[in-house]
Structure formats: C-alpha cells, structure tokens
Design a protein around this ligand. Sequence first.
Ligand code: PLP
Length: 450
Amino acid sequence: AQLPNSLEARDTAFQLHSYANARRQEETGAMVIEKGEGIYVEDISGKRYIEGMAGLWSVAVGFGEKRLVDAATRQMEKLPYYHTFTYKTHGPSIELAEKLIEMAPVPMSKVYFTNSGSEANDTAIKLIWYRSNALGQPDRKKIISRVRGYHGVTIASASLTGLPNNHKSFDLPLPQVLHTTCPHYRTMKRDGESEADFARRCAVDLEDLILSEGPETIAAFFAEPVMGAGGVVVPPDGYWQAVQPVLKKYGILFVADEVICGFGRTGNMFGTQTYGLEPDMMTLSKALSSSYQPISALLINDAVYQTIADESDRIGVLGHGYTGSGHPVAAAVALENLKIIEERDLVGHVRNVAPVFQKRLAELGENPLVIETRGVGLIGAAELSHDALAQTPGALGARANAAFQEKGLISRAMLDAMAFCPPLIITENQINELFDIAEAGLKTVSDSLK
Ligand code: PLP
C-alpha cells in the first residue's frame, strides 16, 4: 500500500514511467532508490540490493565514485555550461573528443556529441541521409537493423529498434527502416541447421533483403556487437565474419551501436574488438560516463566526415545540434570516468572475473525452469521456459524479478530472459553473491509452481 504523501504515492501521482504499465503502476507504485555504493543500491526503507544491471547497463565504475563527483564539482565551478554551436567550443569537449578518437578501435576522424544513446543513433541516421544527398544518391536512404536489436526510442532510433513494444501504437517503424534476422540460434534456426550454417544463413537473409529492396537504396546497417535489451543475444561464431562482407559488397555503411558493449563490457574496450568489426561509425553512451551524467557520442570515420564537410559547405551549415552537445560537466565526468577505467584496468578486471561470472551463469541453467543461458564478459541472461509451464510470455520473468528483488538483487526481465550486467568493478565474491541470490530466487519460483 502507498501511504498518503509518501514518496511512492507522490511518484504515482505525478510521474509517468518509462517501460511501465501506467495502470499497474497506479496500483503497485514503484520502488524508490535512495543511494548507492559500489555495486549496491539502497531503497528508501534501507533495504540493500546488488544492482545486477548497473542501473541500465551503464554504471561501469559503480555507485558513489567520489572522483566523478569531484570532476563534476570542479567543472561546475569553473564553467557550468557552454555549447559547441557555430565556432565556439570549450576544453572538456575538446579533451573528450580527442580521447575518444585515440581510444577508437578502428580509425575514426570526428566525434559528434549528443545526450543519449537514442540521440546518437538518430544523429547517425541524419548524417547518413545527409551523406547520401551529398553523394548525389537521394534514393539511398533505407537503413537495415535487426529484429530484437535495441537502438533507442526517438522516432528514428525507435524505428531501428526491432522490438514490438517500441513500435505498437506509435505508428512506427518509419518506412525507411527494415529489419533483418535476429542472430538467436535457438529460436531462429531451421530444422537440422547447425550453428555455423545458421550464422551463414543470417548473412544470406541480409543479402536477400538488400537485393529485394535494391542495393542502391540501402544506405546503412545498424547493429549492437551483442544485443542487450533485446534479451542479451550473443551472435553465433562466424556471424560477423559472414555479415560484414555483405555490407562491403554493396557499399553499405556499418554503424556499430556500442552503447552497451563500449568501455569493457565484453572483455575488450569495445565489442568491435571482441568480434573483429570494422564499423564506419560508432555510437557510445552509458559506460562513457558510467551514467553519472547524460552524454553520448557518435564517432565517424574520415570518408564519412569528408562527405559531410562537403555537404555543409555546399548548404552553408550543418543544420543539426543539441543545446547539451558536449556539455562541459558531462564531458568532464566522462573524461574522469575513462581515466578510472584505464587506471584501474577495468577491462583486464572484466577478463579476470568473466570466467567466474559465465560459469555461475551457466550453472543457473541447471534449474529446470531455465531453457538457455547466454553471455560474454560481464553480460549475460538466463532465459526461463514459459512454454513448458504454459505461462504467458513474461509472467515467469516477472515472478523471478520479484523473487530476486525480495532477496536483494536487481535484475531485469526482458520477457522471460533474466539479464545480468553488473558494474564492471564487481569482485569474484560479489559475483558469487549475485548468483547465489539468483539461484535461491529461481528455486522460490520453481517451488511456487509445484
Ligand atoms: N543503443 C543501445 C544498444 C542501448 O542499449 C540503448 C539503451 O538501452 C540505446 C541505444 C538508447 O540509449 P538511451 O536510452 O540513452 O537513449
């Protein structure tokens, strides 16, 4: 029950939540998180939880990192705001742009700052269309992404997203956006198809789509190295090796959405390195600032930059920009965050602890409710079998979520796939603590079904 005038009641009274059922929220209210330290957060009643999702796949260095607070304070005091419109700029945005170009896993030329992953992808689409016009190919505007891919919620990035809830009743996707096969072997394979054959067939499906639409109409392909919000889908071996030549063959730009994978999650600084990708553009956010400040970035290579520069010269101006692009406080926090990631060798740390994380994840699969586990580095999911128990999709996930929460673990149910994506600073002991709770939580759910 929500006590009158409690934070819960005022939340219900005044706030419309993302990804919630508004009517259900009116009844049950939401959980009020008050503070955080390391991998833990505490709710307003003082109950502590392992933040098994690092917030929204993003708080890489953990909660309560004083260095980020100090970096924000220093910048606030010096210059709390300035912009990067026209021919103005400021130190933090310059330093961060230089740092990202230096860190980029493939040669990149310029950074364009935005405030969210959605905006970074949206900006990428706009620049891709701008480029097609610059190249005298005004009909080359179609974009391909994948079923179950997640790229955000603005009109264009929600169109890229290949999940029904992001389209239903919003009149999306835009007609220029097409979706190709999701590389999830268990659900997408055909009878008798091996994993290697399936990986190759995904590339054939992509090529068939390109040919049926007309290659001269396809401008770009967007993909996450590992799908996150679509259910943690780790591509089968050989997938990227088969897909990338198709893009090259037809001169289609490849945009790697590194919003979740970027900055260590998969055991390399970028997912691009884990899977041998050669993107023309990359989008970054989340762990870029450990979400202490909203900031995102679009990296473009020199060939793309040159065309865009020519077009802005022809038109007179690049008619795009956000008030908050390259915000000095967000940029200063991101810079300090990247320093921490490097100084503490969090990528090396992920490689060291990932085997324990992946072993414990695989062991969750021994619970009869679990139909599949999948993961890489410090990201993973355990999918519960709703079919076997004649549950509606998402019902078991919601029960598992509640059971985990009751026992002190925040996970995320993507329908019936329980996701785990903790802060990168998590220790082996804490990984064991996380999975001990998940095992106990799943046991509670299995027992309740007997
Ligand atoms: N791209 C990926 C891979 C994401 O996971 C997300 C968010 O979860 C986005 C883009 C959108 O980012 P934002 O929520 O900051 O708009």
